[in-house]
Design a protein around this ligand. Sequence first.
Ligand code: SAM
Length: 327
Amino acid sequence: MSCTPAPLKDAQGRIIAYLRLALTDRCNFRCSYCSPAEHEAPGYLLSHAEIVRLGGVFGRLGVRRIRLTGGEPTLRSDVVGLVRELRAAPGIEEVALTTNGHRLSELAAPLRDAGLESLNVSLDTLDAERLRRISGRAASLDDVLSGLDAAAAVGFPHLKVNTVVMGGVNEDELGRIVRHAWDRGASPRFIELMPFGGGVPVPTARVRRLLAEQGLRLVADAKRGWGPAHYLREEGSEPPRRVGFIGALTENFCEGCNRARVAADGGFQACLGGDGRANLRDLLRAGASDAEVEAVVRNALGVKAARHRMDEQGTSLVLLPMMGIGG
Ligand code: SAM
């Protein structure tokens, strides 16, 4: 007789079916809002075999979707193989990836062939000079845009463009970014800046007003994805052309949280805001069995708070580098 395991739940009874897994904390961009980290010590990162093993552990625990992130996940030379093996892990129904897009021209097709269903490309600006300023390096907008074009040509079931809105930096080009994404069959999403580094956050309500001022006629839409985004659609569009909004601070969505994270060093984190940490890499290297890893994950989820506290002024909350925990 087969027996389906009970769903994985956190301390608040929320079902955890979505894992964000950082493949590296290294990145070739240095975005002002995303604290960098460069850990060169040998063995610091989870190995290929450890990641695949954790995929199996989480799949058996009840995780159904894994998003690969970082750092920049495409800097790992084994990223395509990891997608293929994680997609084949028991219980895993979808593998997704978030990237700055610079290697997509060469990687979009192999990633899709390996079974990647969902791809998010980060694009904060369509201006080459602005991108260089935001990313703090000689990032090439041409590479990012041709990468997005390659992804659109390959035809992922879900292709999204993620834009972090920054006061005084990119507020004037949000409508342009929406049209650029729509023209490539991608869904644009606007993310509220979280307090991990510099920059001026723009509340989601203001982003909606800016889009209206920039000529977009958006109306309510019922779509809900795997994540916290809520959506509007272009009036009269069929099929619907949507815009997503992720208002982590001003439109808190912790109540519906369905996710947990594994950082590049194997640190399990039940909440992006800091609760419920345990290092799974050290556990695996100490010879733990899968059952022992599962128990540690359940215990960490068992102390997950009802909501993050990133919007509270003056808390002693430790803001962890986004680089290592993958957003
Ligand atoms: N390197 C990849 C990329 O550029 O998409 C994946 C990692 S990055 C940490 C994942 C997402 O987090 C990106 O869309 C990025 O813009 C977003 N992000 C990073 N720091 C953020 C912050 N302080 N507030 C909001 N979003 C942030």
